[in-house]
Design a protein around this ligand. Structure first.
Ligand code: HEC
Ligand code: HEC
Length: 282
């Protein structure tokens, strides 16, 4: 127990009975550890909230391509994409044609960082986007001007609101065999995989459905109506918001991370109570 630096009072009572001073110092340390615990929890929670909001803000933008700068898109295309996709987007032996893929495909591929492709692999993988949202829309507008194709989805389907139960059902039927029921992702053949759908923006989910990147099938409006696409997005948004109360998903092991949270939290409270009880008794 730390000794107080303050000078002892002149009329300090003898060590009989309960000296007021020793009770005071006894109480100070449990309060300090409780305060420390609270500060620690708040700091972790705060950092988590900061990171998650930063991530979702990054995903946000869905400016329409109607106002995008097609000429700038063409310049960006010639500088960054033409070597693989051909100077008119006609395709080369390196990469497929982009004629008719539509603004949606460009927004998805560039917006999720898959394009420009860095290394030849079994699959173009998601990575931090190389272009701003504005530049992405410029590129999309340029490709869309070459040949018609699926457009960037309307905002009304991207609110993340809808019938979650209906969305969950549709997801189980159409998507779960590749992406897992909880959207955690899964392996496919030949080194390919269906990625986890955690934290994917509503626009990118919608665009993936209408463009069917690589091994993923296309879900056109006859297969799944725009309203039902919105319901699927609502389900995935629900999963994002409710899946991991611990703040960390620990590889989507679900109950394990939740258990861990309870474990740490409960253990923390037990330690706090113990410290408090022992402090009270002396
Ligand atoms: C190193 C070569 C390479 C570069 C550079 C590259 N791509 Fe690609 N791109 C590919 C390959 C290969 C594919 C097809 C396989 C895949 O999707 O993984 C592809 C697919 C695409 C698709 C999907 C086409 C579809 O059928 O829906 C789009 C859209 C696209 N690229 C746009 C771009 C844009 C825009 C750029 C420039 C910012 C770019 N790519 C740069 C190699 C490249
Ligand atoms: C046959 C398997 C298969 C099915 C069924 C399937 N997907 Fe996919 N999905 C994939 C693959 C493979 C990719 C990765 C493509 C890539 O990287 O270019 C993917 C990518 C995605 C992405 C992009 C994720 C990211 O990280 O950017 C989203 C979103 C998505 N799928 C949603 C869905 C939804 C919603 C459904 C059901 C309506 C669905 N998928 C059905 C195989 C599938």
């Amino acid at each position: 127990m730390a000794k107080s630096a303050s000078s002892p009072r002149p009329s300090r009572p003898a060590r009989t009975g309960r000296p007021a001073r020793s009770t005071r110092t006894g109480r100070r340390s449990p309060l300090a550890s409780v305060a420390l615990l609270v500060v620690g929890l708040l700091a972790t929670g705060g950092a988590y909230a900061m990171f998650t909001t930063a991530a979702s803000a990054e995903e946000g933008g869905n400016a329409s391509i109607a106002t995008a700068d097609k000429e700038n898109g063409e310049k960006l295309f010639q500088a960054n994409c033409a070597t693989c996709h051909g100077s008119n987007g006609e395709g080369t032996n390196q990469a497929p044609t982009l004629l008719g893929v539509g603004a949606a495909s460009v927004d998805f591929q560039v917006g999720t960082g898959r394009m420009p492709m860095a290394v030849q692999g079994p699959q173009a993988e998601r990575k931090p986007p190389q272009f701003t949202d504005e530049q992405t829309k410029d590129l999309a507008a340029y490709i869309a001007s070459l040949a018609p194709g699926p457009d960037i989805p309307a905002d009304e389907y991207l609110t993340g609101k809808g019938d979650v139960t209906e969305g969950a059902e549709l997801f189980r039927i159409n998507c779960a065999m590749c992406h897992n029921v909880a959207g955690a992702g899964g392996a496919l053949t030949e080194g390919k995989f269906a990625p986890s759908l955690k934290g994917v923006s509503a626009a990118h989910i919608y665009e993936a459905m209408i463009t069917g990147p690589q091994n993923m099938p296309v879900f056109n409006d006859q297969n799944i109506s725009p309203e039902d696409k919105a319901n699927i997005i609502a389900y995935l948004t629900y999963l994002d918001e409710h899946a991991s109360p611990g703040g960390l998903d620990l590889g989507d092991l679900g109950p394990v991370s939740e258990g861990l949270f309870v474990w740490i939290f409960a253990l923390g409270s037990i330690v706090a109570i113990t410290v408090w009880l022992t402090a009270k008794s002396n």
